[in-house]
Design a protein around this ligand. Sequence first.
Ligand SMILES: NC(=O)c1ccc[n+]([C@@H]2O[C@H](COP(=O)([O-])OP(=O)(O)OC[C@H]3O[C@@H](n4cnc5c(N)ncnc54)[C@H](OP(=O)(O)O)[C@@H]3O)[C@@H](O)[C@H]2O)c1
Length: 330
Amino acid sequence: MTYLANPERYSSIMQYRRCGRSGLKLPAVSLGLWQNFGDVDVLENFRATLRLAFDHGVTHFDLANNYGPPPGTAETNFGRILKEDFRAYRDELIISTKAGYTMWDGPYGDWGSKKYLVSSLDQSLRRMKLDYVDIFYHHRPDPETPLEETMAALDLIVRQGKALYVGISNYQPAEAAQAIKLLGELGTHCLIHQPKYSMFERWVEDGLLDLLEAEGVGCIPFSPLAQGLLTDKYLHGIPADSRAGRGGPSLKEDQLTPERLTQISRLHQLAQERNQSLAQMALAWVLKDPRVTSVLIGASRPAQLQDSLQCLQSPEFSAEQLSTIEEILG
Ligand SMILES: NC(=O)c1ccc[n+]([C@@H]2O[C@H](COP(=O)([O-])OP(=O)(O)OC[C@H]3O[C@@H](n4cnc5c(N)ncnc54)[C@H](OP(=O)(O)O)[C@@H]3O)[C@@H](O)[C@H]2O)c1
């Protein structure tokens, strides 16, 4: 059936935050297609998830060349749904993709050379059937390619009109500072940084967030639910249909140590006292920092997204609750 977007999508729940010193605003909650959108997944499930997202004002969808599995299929499937459902809404969408991890055989399908980044983006555009993406990222720092070359490739891509904005991901503070400077010298502002950040992984608090604020660069933390650990799903064992239960490479059962489970259970209890789910509390906790532009979540089904979106109606954290969280996280 033809999809017609919810006419109330901009007035229901979503808030929009300015992305650093730029003209662009992002939804406070963005949806990533790393897992659950590949050929191994069910097209109608992720079509429903994407529709639900946009109907609630989620205007930003995050991809990468290697998302699937198999690699590339998340972009192909997203391109199909874009064409079938979202064609009329392209100008209301922020679509991002990346290159930086292994994508094809040989010396030109990985890391950070100009050769890799430019040809990978061309492939991504073909898979998604797009003329341009809104944001293109270098996915991870490359210890061998000169940073000057990688940043020149990002600048070139903007000048070619294949991406409107560029960003970096997984860069530590010192290398991020250098990348932002190099891009600025070329005349292209670094729009955004995409680091891993959640209650369970807090390295960005040691300098990165300060740097991004000072440089006017937005921040979109990925895996803010620690891949599902910061939800109620693992409280009573490992469900077969969960990321840990499916046995994929990114979340292993052995990450659910007894200490971790105690933390999860205490955080769950605190969330209940705040009349919300643990997922909602974990997302609200990341979003309470004004330096965070958007949280980049995943969802394996529409109901999870529905639950997570309610983080936007979260009560404020009291000083006592914040210190309880610090004590739990140790
Ligand atoms: N730049 C990078 O290097 C990088 C790396 C990783 C991710 N990312 C980006 O970040 C996005 C999000 O990463 P992520 O998927 O790890 O994020 P996440 O939000 O931390 O975890 C998402 C997973 O948690 C579970 N979940 C989500 N909401 C839930 C809820 N309300 N209740 C119960 N369970 C819930 C689902 O797992 P189940 O399958 O168990 O249901 C879901 O797939 C990716 O899609 C990608 O765009 C970027």
